[in-house]
Ligand binder design. Sequence first.
Ligand SMILES: Nc1ncnc2c1ncn2[C@@H]1O[C@H](COP(=O)(O)OP(=O)(O)O)[C@@H](O)[C@H]1O
Ligand SMILES: [Mg+2]
Length: 183
Amino acid sequence: MLLLEQEIIKKLGKFTGRRFSAMKTRIHGDYHLGQVLYTGQDFIIIDFEGEPARSMRERRIKDSPLRDVAGMINSFQYAAYAVLVQHAHIRTEDIPFLEPWAEAWYRYVAGTFLHAYLQNVKGAQFIPTLEADVQTILDIYILDKAIHDLGYEINNRPDWLLIPLRAILRLMKNAEPAEETVK
Ligand SMILES: Nc1ncnc2c1ncn2[C@@H]1O[C@H](COP(=O)(O)OP(=O)(O)O)[C@@H](O)[C@H]1O
Ligand SMILES: [Mg+2]
């Protein structure tokens, strides 16, 4: 992981070193599955207070709405892997068999969500016109979130470290860490 530090800095540098042309908006700021209520007919989004760890000034800063899209994508990964991490109803010896299914579920759901989102916002001023730019911004936001989560899990829930680690490794194109399976 530490060996990736320079590569991660390089990847982040590619993002900070250039300009993207898309409108910034006010964003939710802490968008994840726990902020969405299903009424049976529709989804209601709640809790617009932003990221609680940030100051009010920071929370008001406009950003790309892709920040929230990245938040939800991260949440899908947590939903899938939380089952393995907590493994209350799973035998430890079954985890290696189940992990690829968690990964497949995550990829399928995140892909479906992203595809539907991009279909709905097609042509909007807040989405970069270049598809490659959308991917770059999303990757960086997901990476940023994973690095933030890494700090949180180290301090609070070391058993959950696998989740942000997996996200970082996936983004750094090194998705199959042989030794990093859930215990
Ligand atoms: N109107 C509601 N109906 C049902 N559940 C709710 C409602 N409002 C909040 N909740 C539940 O409470 C949780 C926390 O509420 P939220 O407003 O997001 O507070 P917090 O700032 O603590 O995240 C939500 O994730 C949801 O599960
Ligand atoms: Mg909430």
